[in-house]
Ligand binder design. Structure first.
Ligand code: 13P
Ligand code: SF4
Length: 320
């Protein structure tokens, strides 16, 4: 007689996921922090939405017992660096980052050895191990401000994003040694398609994230972090915008300026690769399950956490 292999059936998800998440949030005394690149449903249940700087600031000041981080691994790790005694949950532990992966700690240690007199400024999009090897952390919102505070005669290594690094060099007039990492999403935008889009929408303002390549940024009317791009759409007199970053943020742009038009910049091929495949691993269902099961949890060796905390604190102080 054939017996089907035993497969435990999964308990059904609640019909009203939004309501169930609200209940869990209250029961756990949890706060949901979400990046703008998350699915709209996740953005809608978040207590705080922001760019990496805003989310770090929220993580530094929350009095919740549980932080549910709807973003990628390095962001949740940053929340843990700042909150060793809180439970930090990431809905999908596989939600990584190509930029963070482009800077392996062992290779970075050798790179640092070649420039022993350099101060290390690392973009927050890196692992806790890289943060632990850095002097100051920065984000796309404060990188220029932070580099401008470093004495002129102090040589600097900037890691891991070569595009943000080059943009900061242009803005500050500083020469820096750049680690050659990049974001797979922001390098997918093509100059050719950008120019075609500008011809198609001649009145649109081009707004871009500094993780894009120079060939794309040179066509931008405004360059800034995701929060800065969102503010730009609200404050600008323009009625239409070509948005050159991950299109998840358009959900907030449409909410903030419902009468304006937002055109996502297309990727090089006819794929959906302008969507971050890591960010999009998180779903509302996974967020609910993470809260219900209190896992996957972010943990860190205490020695790494303490070493990574120092440059994070310097960033928070220098961005005031
Ligand atoms: P910001 O959050 O600093 O705008 O950076 C965007 C990004 O790529 C996050 O991974
Ligand atoms: Fe990393 Fe780029 Fe995705 Fe941001 S958009 S999480 S930098 S891969």
């Amino acid at each position: 007689m054939f017996t089907a292999p035993f497969a435990p059936s999964k308990p059904p998800l609640p019909k009203d996921l939004f309501g169930a998440i609200a209940d869990l949030k209250r029961d756990l005394n949890a706060v949901i922090l979400a990046h703008y690149y998350q699915d709209p449903d996740i953005q809608d249940v978040a207590d705080f939405l922001g760019d990496s700087l805003g989310l770090s600031q929220q993580a530094a000041q929350t009095d919740a017992d549980v932080i549910v981080f709807a973003g990628v691994h390095f962001m949740a790790e940053t929340a843990k660096i700042l909150n060793p005694n809180k439970l930090v949950l990431l809905p999908d532990l596989e939600a990584g980052c190509s930029l963070a992966d482009s800077c392996p700690p062992a290779e970075f240690a050798k790179f640092k050895e070649k420039h022993p007199d350099h101060l290390v400024i690392s973009y927050i999009n890196c692992t806790a191990d890289i943060k632990a090897m850095s002097d100051i952390i920065c984000t796309s919102a404060n990188a220029v401000k932070i580099v401008n505070q470093i004495p002129e005669d102090q040589p600097i290594i900037f890691a891991p994003d070569r595009n943000l690094g080059r943009y900061v060099m242009e803005q500050t007039g500083r020469d820096m040694v750049l680690w050659q990492g990049s974001c797979m999403v922001h390098e997918t935008f093509s100059e050719k398609k950008m120019v075609q889009l500008k011809i198609q929408y001649p009145n649109a303002e081009v707004i871009a994230h500094p993780e894009c390549e120079e060939s794309v940024l040179r066509h931008a009317d405004y360059i800034g972090s995701t929060t800065a791009l969102l503010k730009c759409c609200q404050q600008s007199a323009s009625q239409s915008f070509i948005v050159v970053t991950e299109p998840g943020i358009i959900h907030q742009m449409e909410k903030a300026a419902p009468d304006k038009q937002f055109i996502p910049a297309p990727p090089l091929n006819n794929c959906a690769c302008n969507e971050c495949p890591h960010m999009r691993l998180n779903t509302l269902e996974k967020l609910y399950l993470a809260m219900k099961n209190r896992e996957p949890e972010i943990t860190l060796p205490e020695s790494t956490r303490l070493a990574a905390l120092r440059p994070m604190q310097r960033m928070l102080e220098m961005s005031r």
